[in-house]
Design a protein around this ligand. Structure first.
Ligand SMILES: [Zn+2]
Length: 215
């Protein structure tokens, strides 16, 4: 008797719970689908699940001009039109558009002096001492070192190879490229390969040059 009633209670409970499950299922069936996550979340999730983020990063840093603007800031911020007013077309092409003069044609390729400085042809900042110059035979003026802080380096991936561009630290004017480890008998074994048109020699003494470079 007791057990019979208990069974009935059990049946009722299970029937109720079955009904409630059914009803909750039907409620679920009629609920609208959950909204899709916002696109930003989706792309973030995709990025997070991508195995090689550094690879993706290389896409974003492939623009050398963007990198250059980020890494390089110069005291002399003249605009292109201001530079055109003070440079001749060939100077503008080399200094402001990363051009290169033909080898063995430049004014200073075979120029050697005991003292003096080679200044930036754009902004006149002193860059190299006469005593930094050496004979490399490459067809452009070659220096094994610059005045301290006068030249900035910048990775150049043009021409399908990685080179190190050198620019005037004051105005960003393109000077040429620097090469290391070529076996030159100099204190640095570096060759600053500079376009003659990017520089201007002034035969002043070294003390004056050093003073200028600090100013
Ligand atoms: Zn300069």
């Amino acid at each position: 008797m007791l057990s019979q009633r208990f069974t009935t209670i059990l049946r009722t409970v299970s029937a109720v719970s079955a009904r409630s499950v059914a009803s909750s299922r039907s409620v679920l069936r009629h609920l609208p689908l959950p909204p899709p996550p916002p696109p930003s979340v989706t792309s973030r999730t995709i990025l997070r699940s991508m195995p090689s983020i550094p690879f993706l990063g290389s896409f974003f840093s492939s623009s050398s001009s963007a990198t250059k603007k980020e890494d390089m800031s110069f005291p002399d911020q003249r605009s292109d039109s201001e530079w055109r007013a003070v440079l001749n077309p060939e100077q503008f092409r080399v200094l402001r558009e990363q051009g290169t003069e033909r080898p063995f044609t430049g004014e200073y390729d075979k120029h050697f002096a005991e003292a003096g400085v080679y200044r930036c042809a754009g902004c006149q900042a002193p860059l190299y001492k006469a005593t930094h110059k050496f004979k490399s035979g490459c067809g452009w003026p070659a220096y094994f070192d610059s005045l301290p802080g006068a030249v900035k380096r910048n990775v150049d991936n043009s021409l399908g190879m990685e080179r190190t561009e050198i620019v005037c630290a004051n105005c960003g004017g393109h000077l040429g490229h620097v090469f290391k480890g070529e076996g030159h008998p100099t204190p640095t074994d570096e060759r600053h390969c500079v376009n003659s048109i990017s520089i201007k020699f002034t035969p002043e003494d070294e003390a004056a040059a050093a003073k200028d470079s600090k100013a």
